[in-house]
Design a protein around this ligand. Structure first.
Ligand code: BES
Ligand code: MN
Ligand code: ZN
Length: 496
């Protein structure tokens, strides 16, 4: 599909679907659209009236026109003066979906760009289009969507912006990789194939790949990670990808992703109602976000050095499984009484965080489908954010906002660590039910010594049963856009 900007008015364009953007309660059509309405014999005003279109965010209407323009669609941007990149991302996504439903091969976007840089708006529109059109048909015997594919998108009234377009294409490729990794069943995305994907990414995008096998992890003392891995018939893989910029990096960062390719719960098996064992292929959503971001960063080549780290394994049952009550020792020497084998993500992350800190990075961000408790607290739409560093938390919140991904900061309430006190080891891996996502974060904090660290619990937004404007139901690819924005925003420490 060809996407470009064209300095052209909607009056001059011809093709299958002309999409017009409106601010909410915009009363005047303006000169150009009045002319267009005249030319179309009043169809535009009629469509606005008949569908009671008000330009609310996400609203859209479509009608047949015929002639040079086959169809006309309206899309709402929300109130003028309150638009963000996400308004354009969603509006463009809605138009792209309409184009597909209406079997259009060519689409024009005429969206008013005000109070926002043209490059930001164009990047968001292109992301919205590509993400809305992505459909995962890998496991269908026949394609469901037999209509003609969209071949060309013209973004009208804007000049140039080829960089914004290619940046959006890179970002969308990373989000789509993350979605496909999460959506694939646990028999397809295994620790072994996840490591292969990482090595493949390194070859394609000029990253360094290091895969630590079980023996190497043993030598590093990763008893917590290996304890989780011990019941699986598949070998654990500790994945470390490195992106190095040309020249001296402005800073060094580590992204750590939870990589449970399946979480049965272990002997504390997921059996109760609502424990959704059949969904637990998505327990590598943090790893998927990390690898998706690596694919984008390898293309955009920013000035920061970035390490992507995933301790990949499955949480299974067998005669070799962890017993509830077993004691494990993590790579920093701390001992853990495993009072619940289903709190396995934090065990794998403990060793991954210790590994990340030893690299001497300036900040560590982990992403994990860590707790059902976080979903209870914040719902499906947003991730919980915990951080030991206000500047880091603010940077991630800003990155998430630009990305159109929601995060909500949660407290690292030290007092709750009492819930993890163990009589026999340094700590238990599971606390009381109340505040379960907070004690999980406090557990992780024990494995970061002094590096600024943030933790995103993405158990809710990793998956969407309903889908939204720019995502079909299923895996969302959550986290990739936030990570990329955050990495791109890094400045040398001296500049603040
Ligand atoms: N992978 C799950 C968390 C999860 C739950 C992710 C629902 C996505 C949707 C995690 O390993 C887990 O099982 N957590 C337990 C922790 C408990 C045993 C302290 C949970 O949330 O129930
Ligand atoms: Mn679990
Ligand atoms: Zn899990």
């Amino acid at each position: 599909m060809d996407i470009r900007t064209v300095v052209m008015s909607p009056l001059e364009w011809s093709g299958d679907l002309l999409g017009l953007g409106f601010f909410q309660d915009q009363t005047e059509l303006g000169e150009e659209l009045t002319l267009l309405d005249d030319r179309l014999g009043g169809v535009l005003q009629e469509l606005i009236g008949e569908t009671e279109f008000t330009g609310k965010p996400g609203s859209s209407s479509v009608t047949r026109v015929g002639g040079d323009i086959r169809k006309l669609a309206l899309v709402g941007l929300g109130p003028a003066g309150r638009v963000t990149a996400d308004s354009y991302r969603r509006a463009a996504a809605a138009l792209a979906k309409t184009a597909r439903q209406q079997k259009c091969k060519t689409l024009a976007l005429a969206l008013p760009v005000e109070d926002i840089a043209a490059g930001v708006a164009v990047q968001a529109m292109v992301e919205g289009i590509l993400l809305a059109l992505h459909q995962d048909q890998r496991f269908k015997s026949e394609p469901e969507d037999k209509g003609p594919a969209l071949e060309r998108v013209d973004i009208l009234g804007i000049e140039g912006q080829t960089e914004a377009i290619s940046q959006a294409q890179a970002v969308a490729s990373g989000v789509i990789l993350a979605r496909e990794l999460v959506a694939a069943p646990a028999s397809v995305v295994t620790p072994v194939t996840l490591a292969e994907t990482a090595v493949q990414l390194a070859h394609t995008y000029g990253l360094e790949a290091e895969i630590l096998e079980r023996e190497a992890c043993e030598a590093l003392g990763m008893g917590a990670f290996l304890g989780v891995a011990q019941a699986s018939d598949l070998p654990p893989k500790f994945i470390h990808l490195t992106y190095r910029p040309a020249g001296t990096p402005v800073c060094k960062l580590a992204i750590v992703g939870k990589g449970l390719t399946f979480d049965s719960g272990g002997l504390n098996i997921k059996a109760g109602p609502g424990s959704s064992i059949e969904m637990m292929k998505m327990d590598m959503g943090g790893a998927a976000a990390a690898l998706g971001a690596a694919q984008v960063i390898g293309q955009l080549r920013p000035a920061a050095e970035v390490h992507f780290i995933v301790a990949a394994t499955e949480n299974m049952i067998s005669g070799r499984a962890l017993h509830p009550g077993d004691i494990l020792k993590a790579a920093n020497g701390k001992t853990i009484e495993v009072n619940n084998t289903d709190a396995e993500g934090r065990l794998t992350l403990a060793d991954a965080l210790v590994f990340a800190e030893k690299l001497g990075v300036d900040a560590i961000v982990d992403l994990a489908t860590l707790t059902g408790a976080c979903v209870i607290a914040l719902g499906d739409d947003m991730a919980g954010l915990w951080s030991t560093d206000d500047g880091l938390a603010a940077g991630l919140q800003q990155a998430a906002q630009g990305a159109g991904e929601k995060v909500w900061r949660m407290p690292l309430e030290d007092k709750y660590f009492e819930g993890l006190k163990s009589g026999i080891a340094d700590m238990k891996n599971t606390g009381p039910r109340g505040g379960g996502s907070i004690t999980a974060a406090l557990f992780l904090k024990q494995y970061v010594d002094k590096t600024p660290w943030a933790h995103l619990d993405i158990a809710g937004p990793v998956w969407s049963d309903k889908g939204d404007t720019f995502a079909s139901p299923g895996a969302t690819g959550y986290g990739v856009r936030t990570l990329v924005n955050w990495i791109l925003a890094q400045k040398p420490a001296a500049e603040g």
